[in-house]
Write a protein that binds this ligand. Structure first.
Ligand code: MN
Length: 197
């Protein structure tokens, strides 16, 4: 994803490129998730920015350098921008390059998906499960709490599933594992692969 820059010291709402995601995520869930939850993070971040010393930085730089309320809201804007961008109702399948990297670092694509789902399902409380590349290009899965993003650990984030309850509760109630398993149907791998370089 292209790093977001503020305009006149304010970040714009990341776009939602679809209304619903097939039978995987409903229009109602996305209406609340994007229109209410993400909107609140963007509004809160924009209220904190003036005269903060952070108002001319890119979103990723704010996430790397801030703490407290600024970090929580900036992190959630970055996390959600990446989350909503990576899905599509006409999703492109995984290309050879990503397939090869996942086989190299996890044994197989299925083993990667299993570990990713398991780490998402077992993250206690609110947060995100991430696939990232480390400084040597090795792919790693991390569990991150609340608003955390792998960029703070020097990783390059590639793919994320949101496991805050607001991401799935209207459609899946307590069945977080079912939500995670269903999301693969709408991951657009062409977008994930663009994040590799
Ligand atoms: Mn969310």
């Amino acid at each position: 994803m292209k790093d977001m820059m503020p305009v006149d010291g304010q970040f714009a709402m990341p776009t939602l490129p679809y209304e619903a995601l097939g039978a995987v995520i409903s229009k109602e869930t996305l209406g609340f998730h994007h229109g209410k939850h993400l909107k609140a993070y963007v509004d809160n971040l924009n209220k904190l920015l003036p005269d903060s010393g952070f108002e001319n930085l890119s979103l990723t730089e704010v996430v790397k350098k801030s703490e407290g309320g600024m970090f929580n809201n900036a992190g959630q804007v970055l996390n959600h921008a990446m989350y909503f961008e990576q899905f599509s109702n006409n999703s492109k399948p995984m290309g050879e390059k990503m397939n090869g990297l996942l086989e190299r670092d996890f044994g197989s694509v299925e083993a990667f998906k299993k570990e990713f789902e398991q780490k998402g399902a077992t993250l206690f409380g609110s947060g995100w499960v991430w696939l990232s590349a480390d400084k040597d290009g090795k792919l790693v899965i991390t569990q991150q709490k609340n608003a955390e993003n792998p960029v703070t650990m020097g990783l390059r984030p590639l793919l994320t599933f949101d496991v805050w309850e607001h991401a799935y509760y209207l459609d899946y109630q307590n069945r977080r594992a079912d939500y995670l398993a269903a999301l693969w149907q709408v991951v657009d791998w062409s977008i994930v692969e663009k994040r590799l370089c």
